[in-house]
Design a protein around this ligand. Structure first.
Ligand SMILES: NC(=O)C1=CN([C@@H]2O[C@H](COP(=O)(O)OP(=O)(O)OC[C@H]3O[C@@H](n4cnc5c(N)ncnc54)[C@H](OP(=O)(O)O)[C@@H]3O)[C@@H](O)[C@H]2O)C=CC1
Ligand SMILES: O=CCS(=O)(=O)O
Length: 252
């Protein structure tokens, strides 16, 4: 029987690329996200290669997650890898101009959503035991501050610390936990962040070489495919053409 991976946010970007990468590696796929049509398209694309189960799911809805886990069909129950990828940034403006609803949406998705899914899958992953994995999508924004990152960066700092704390509690169960923290990667991320501003997205990723979704998919698949005794705690990865900036100084 093939290994089983559950991916949140499989309808775009890293999640969709990871679905394709895991299919290449022969894993059975549980693909989730809010956009049903995209899940159907992905199922059509990949189900010739590997078994695919899809579930329309908003990670903010803890009851719905429990329902999805309880209704997993035979052959998809013994999940070996959970990829907590669903997430978003909103409100690129400074904190003092940000909408409170946008802050709540980021907290509800990136923090509450991630812990909802993790809590629902922990018993299964512990039962799977040695070689099971949780990969959480953090961000360089969880480590490094920058203007306009406010709640987004803070939510990703939570992801890092939650990852480390889970590692402590899961010691002895065989379940591995990893925070993958990418820098600039071209997906629909900036389109979402700017409320659909394609020009802003094109400008950010233009005239340089950002990470591609497939780069992160490769790292996710690599992380969970390592021998069972190896746990990557955190992987911070940037495009070669991205680096840190100097401290900002307010001058007269
Ligand atoms: N691109 C980048 O530069 C970086 C991104 N990241 C992180 O990587 C992760 C993936 O982002 P990326 O692929 O770039 O962005 P995309 O916008 O391309 O994909 C985001 C995915 O998250 C899903 N999602 C968003 N909200 C919810 C929700 N409430 N419930 C379920 N699914 C949801 C979306 O699916 P749907 O809308 O169908 O629900 C979509 O599949 C995020 O956690 C992001 O913060 C980290 C570092 C860098
Ligand atoms: O998490 C995404 C990368 S960045 O936009 O914060 O640099």
């Amino acid at each position: 029987m093939s290994d089983i991976v559950l991916i949140t946010g499989a309808t775009s970007g890293f999640g969709r690329a990871a679905a394709r990468r895991f299919a290449e590696a022969g894993w059975s796929l549980i693909l989730t996200g809010r956009r049903a049509e995209r899940l159907e398209d992905l199922e059509k694309e990949l189900s010739d290669k590997v078994p695919v189960h899809t579930a329309v799911l908003d990670v903010r809805d803890a009851e719905a997650i429990k329902g999805v886990v309880a209704a997993l069909p035979e052959g998809f129950r013994a999940v070996k890898a959970l990829i907590n990828n669903a997430g978003l940034a909103l409100a690129p403006e400074p904190a003092q101009k940000a909408d409170l609803d946008d802050w709540h949406t980021m907290i509800d998705t990136n923090i509450t959503g991630l812990v909802n899914v993790t809590h629902a899958l922990l018993p299964t992953l512990i039962e799977t035991g040695a070689g099971a994995s949780i990969v959480n999508l953090g961000s360089v924004a969880g480590q490094w501050p920058y203007p306009g990152s406010h709640v987004y960066g803070a939510s990703k700092a939570f992801v890092q610390q939650f990852t480390y704390n889970l590692r402590c509690d899961l010691q002895g169960t065989g379940v591995r936990v990893t925070d993958i923290a990418p820098g600039m990667a071209e997906t629909e991320f900036t389109l979402v962040r700017t409320g659909g501003d394609q020009a802003a997205s094109d400008k950010l990723y233009g005239d340089t070489t950002p990470l591609e979704a497939e780069d992160i998919a490769e790292l996710i698949c690599y992380t969970v495919s390592l021998p069972a005794h190896v746990n990557i705690n955190r992987l911070e990865v940037m495009p070669t053409r991205q680096a840190w900036s100097a401290f900002a100084v307010d001058r007269d």
